[in-house]
Design a protein around this ligand. Structure first.
Ligand code: CU
Length: 158
């Protein structure tokens, strides 16, 4: 009688402890999965797989920014690229950051003064009416490894 009374609580203690332990592991597993899922969705938002490669949308002029500047501008006479449009026309630009490691900026005097900082693998679209004629500098508005080579020009002819 005495032995069984002692034995039962001891055995129960181990069972309860075992259940608590497996319960704790289950909680940790759920937390771990949640963290992993969160990390995965953050990662996939940061680096969309379809951005690398820079396939241009219909009707957009494409500017690829990477370690070679804008459209290989480090190997071209600056400003590069030079985009020429008629005054009054709609300008659709697709700026694609194809750089695996560095963000690049994109700004245009008068037309896109606020500029955009484009993370690696991301792209940026901008459309505007070229309502003012003249020469407008296209430039990178954040510091990056090829910063001084990121100088292009938008020419709006009258
Ligand atoms: Cu830069």
């Amino acid at each position: 009688m005495e032995i069984s009374r002692h034995a039962v609580p001891t055995r129960n203690w181990w069972i309860r402890h075992g259940m608590k332990t497996s319960g704790w592991f289950a909680v940790m597993a759920v937390i771990g999965l949640t963290v992993l899922t969160g990390a995965y969705s953050y990662y996939s938002q940061s680096v969309p797989s379809d951005s690398f490669g820079c396939s241009s949308p219909q009707g957009y002029l494409t500017i690829v920014s990477d370690a070679s500047g804008y459209n290989d501008s480090i190997n071209q006479p600056l400003p590069w690229p030079v985009i020429t449009v008629q005054r009054g026309s709609v300008v659709n630009l697709f700026v694609c950051n194809n750089d695996g490691s560095s963000a690049h900026g994109f700004a245009i005097d008068h037309y896109l003064v606020s500029g955009a900082a484009i993370a690696p693998g991301r792209n940026f679209r901008v459309s505007f009416v070229a309502d003012q004629a003249g020469n407008f500098t296209i430039y990178c508005n954040i510091f990056c490894p090829v910063h001084k080579f990121m100088v292009g020009r938008l020419v709006v002819s009258p």
